[in-house]
Ligand binder design. Structure first.
Ligand code: FE
Length: 338
């Protein structure tokens, strides 16, 4: 009797294992979490029958986790923000090259590498207090070093990826000497030591604690679309400038992802990346965080972003931002941009 039940138990175990093996799964490690995510992932499962297992976490923690899990990592896809973080995953050898006609034709060349793809873009804009600073004085990133703005500039930390990527784009376009001049000039103009995130800077500019700052567009759009009257009120006091419109265009950063080299479900992973480039997924992915779709032909109607008007975007390949990341940090350190 004992033997019988042991046999039955082992038969059941075998059956369960087979069922698990045949169930199509995708293990997604994501540093993005927005309201539209449920619909984004549910649609994929509906279209493909592939169930998504989601592990969410902070950008750097997730990367660390994948690294530590090594060959045993269940992760199929890693989604994160900032081109430099994507490039870091590439440098660590975590991503596998993906050959896909769909991804190649949908994602513009400057928004992809051989093993990772951008799925949305954001720009870094200048935000100024309309009664403290004139728009004409803050038309370019370089203007932030102008002594005219002494005691007026607020910023988040110089070691944050958003500022490092911006500085990397300056190095790429204008060289290291110019970049260092800008970093030093910015430090000389600080109203206070760098602290907080982009939204904190916008609030400080609105309150008059500072005259000008730089921010990613989705923070601006989020406040412009806020349902809180006090947030709408604070946006009335600030103006937004698309920087470098007569030269290189506004600095662009991205969110995106790639398939991991150790992915247990490679077929599902490629399907998922291709799905993210589809019209419908692009809309969810971009709009969920007030960003622009990476696929040119996909249009989203976002009143927050639309109120900022049209602009010229920097066409620098985003993978190049990573090339100058270390240089950017050295320059910030030398300039005392903490
Ligand atoms: Fe952010």
């Amino acid at each position: 009797m004992k033997l019988m039940s042991a046999l039955i138990a082992s038969a059941i175990a075998t059956l369960t294992q087979t069922a698990v093996a045949e169930e199509k799964l995708l293990n997604l490690y994501s540093a993005r979490h927005y309201q539209t995510d449920e619909a984004l992932y549910a649609n994929f499962t509906q279209q493909t029958g592939i169930k998504i297992n989601r592990i969410e976490g902070k950008e750097d923690e997730l990367l660390e986790r994948i690294k530590n899990e090594g060959a045993n990592s269940p992760a199929d896809i890693f989604l994160t923000v900032d081109a430099a973080r994507l490039a870091k995953a590439h440098e660590l050898g975590l991503f596998a090259p993906v050959v896909s006609k769909t991804l190649e034709s949908r994602i513009p060349p400057h928004l992809r590498a051989e093993d990772w793809f951008s799925f949305s873009t954001r720009a870094r804009v200048i935000v100024y207090n309309k009664s403290a600073v004139k728009a004409e004085d803050v038309q370019n990133y370089d203007d932030l070093a102008n002594p005219k703005l002494k005691g007026k500039l607020c910023s988040r930390s110089g070691s944050h990826p958003y500022n490092l990527s911006l500085m990397a784009s300056i190095i790429a376009h204008q060289g290291e000497a110019k970049a260092e001049e800008l970093a030093r000039g910015m430090v000389a103009n600080f109203a206070r030591a760098p602290k907080g995130g982009d939204t904190d800077q916008i609030k400080a500019v609105s309150a008059g604690e500072c005259g000008v700052t730089i921010s990613n567009t989705y923070y601006v759009a989020r406040l412009l679309r806020s349902t809180k009257p006090e947030e709408l009120k604070l946006m009335e006091k600030v103006g937004i400038v698309w920087p470098n419109q007569t030269t290189t265009g506004a600095h662009i950063n991205v969110s995106g992802g790639g398939m991991l080299k150790t992915a247990p479900n490679k077929e599902s992973a490629v399907k998922f990346l291709e799905y993210l480039a589809s019209d419908q997924a692009q809309r969810y992915f971009a709009d969920g965080n007030n960003e622009w779709p990476a696929v040119d032909s996909v249009k989203v109607t976002n009143p927050g972003l639309e109120s900022l008007g049209k602009f010229k975007a920097d066409k620098l390949p985003v993978k190049n931002l990573a090339m100058y990341q270390t240089k950017a940090q050295i320059i910030f350190d030398r300039a005392g941009f903490k």
